[in-house]
Write a protein that binds this ligand. Structure first.
Ligand code: FPP
Length: 230
């Protein structure tokens, strides 16, 4: 199962508690750790987390710098734990606008976790789904007529990842109900779940409930329900 999560609400969660937005992001990073730990036992094979969108550069410089530091700390601090837990870590998105220290941390995490088979963890950083589709399209020759599957593989590779199956379930925390340029191609038939919980409040129990809800959904992929199809 491929699960995508738009981790929204760190700032509002912190503000409600009278804390800084930076503290909210730190709590968000702690929740990432717990969800990554819980995911494999819930049947999740691929987990794509939206950590920083290409549009998030428009936030105040201090908040952006804080987030970049958190990502670096996360990668440096979690790589060994990922190796021990069989987690293969990839970062998808643009690389040319992030600092060299973070780039090095990404490369090290890739190399060290490459053999992980329990969970394929993809962190989307400086990510835009529409830009990723454009980049993949630019790799095609004018005569190329790729199948959807071939284009999906190209899309992952053009964004520094490796091929993944389509998204099955897409969760957005924080009460908003939009996709915000996340996995637009890959989530064509994803089940959507929007929760009012802020990301730092979304623990393994909420994930368990989300998976239980997902398992009750009837996925038809455009066909008729089985009973009606005869
Ligand atoms: C959106 O919530 C969240 C982000 C832009 C950052 C997501 C980052 C994390 C969850 C922490 C670190 C992640 C990793 C992978 C280590 P928001 O802050 O915009 O919330 P708001 O809408 O309440 O202001």
């Amino acid at each position: 199962m491929h699960l995508g999560i738009i981790m929204d609400g760190n700032g509002r969660w912190a503000t409600r508690l009278g804390r800084s937005r930076g503290a909210g992001h730190r709590a968000g990073a702690a929740m990432v750790r717990r969800i990554v730990e819980a995911a494999p036992d819930l049947g999740i094979g691929v987990l794509t987390l939206f950590a920083f969108s290409a549009d998030n550069w428009r936030r105040p410089a201090a908040e952006v710098a804080w987030l970049m530091r958190l990502f670096r700390e996360y990668l440096r601090g979690e790589t060994e734990r990922c190796v021990a837990n069989g987690v293969r870590l990839e970062v998808i998105g643009r690389r040319d606008r992030i600092g060299p220290a973070l780039q090095r941390a990404i490369e090290t995490a890739y190399r060290k976790t490459a053999a992980g088979t329990r969970l394929h963890l993809r962190i989307a950083l400086d990510y835009s789904s529409r830009d990723a589709i454009l980049r993949a399209a630019q790799c095609l020759s004018p005569e190329a007529a790729p199948t959807r599957d071939a284009f999906s593989r190209l899309l992952a590779i053009a964004d520094h990842g490796t091929p993944v199956p389509d998204v099955d379930l897409l969760i957005r925390t924080g009460g908003e109900r939009r996709l915000s340029d996340f996995l637009l191609w890959e989530a064509a038939y994803a089940e959507l779940l929007f929760t009012p919980l802020m990301w730092p409040e979304f623990g393994p129990e909420a994930l368990r409930e989300a998976i239980a809800d997902f398992s009750t959904r009837q996925r038809r992929f455009g066909a008729l329900p089985e009973a009606a199809a005869g």
